[in-house]
Design a protein. Structure first.
Length: 180
């Protein structure tokens, strides 16, 4: 089903509101610092399926601005803005690279650049104590980034399954939502 511009705008607004509420509540519950931005990225991907990449990017921009202002957990907001919000859309373009090794290298480069940006902004701008990365006198930063890369690879594989299994269902559900 082809959505009209008004319907696309409404879908973007609804998604922006859902992302904002989820990220706002994450700051109080503190169980989804990494999961909440990833789920928000899936919501952006759903908008991309139904309304196109341009409206998905508009939704990302609007929700990113609101999340930065209202989300109590600024590190989660940075994760959403620097990676999780736009990566599901960007991944579709990276998947078009025919040499899979180069595609994975590009994906890992994007992820690690975003992760390092969030890390340094978190420490130097937000004021996350460096001591949070020291356990029993041992600096766990390298181990933390290694584990993050493994989680990223799992997330990327999950996005592929999301495309294969859920894309038709999501498009159908959104189409039914906007039928008269």
């Amino acid at each position: 089903m082809k959505l009209k511009n008004v319907q696309k705008t409404a879908l973007g607004g609804i998604t922006t509101a859902l992302i904002t509420v989820m990220m706002f509540l994450e700051g109080f519950v503190r169980i989804g610092q990494y999961a909440a931005p990833a789920i928000a990225g899936l919501m952006i991907l759903a908008v991309s399926y139904a309304a196109g990449k341009a409206f998905a990017l508009y939704t990302f921009a609007a929700s990113g601005l609101i999340v930065v202002i209202f989300c109590p957990d600024k590190e989660a907001a940075l994760i959403y803005i620097f990676f999780a919000g736009y990566y599901p859309i960007l991944r579709e373009y990276i998947e078009k690279i025919h040499v899979k090794l180069i595609a994975y290298a590009v994906k890992l480069a994007i992820f690690n650049t975003a992760a390092l940006s969030v890390f340094f902004l978190g420490i130097h701008v937000i004021g996350i104590p460096v001591e949070d990365y020291i356990i029993f006198g041992v600096d766990i930063t390298k181990a933390f980034f290694f584990i993050l890369n493994i989680v990223f690879i799992c997330y990327d594989r999950m996005l592929i399954l999301f495309d294969i299994r859920l894309k038709p269902t999501i498009i159908s559900m959104i189409g039914k939502l906007f039928q008269r």
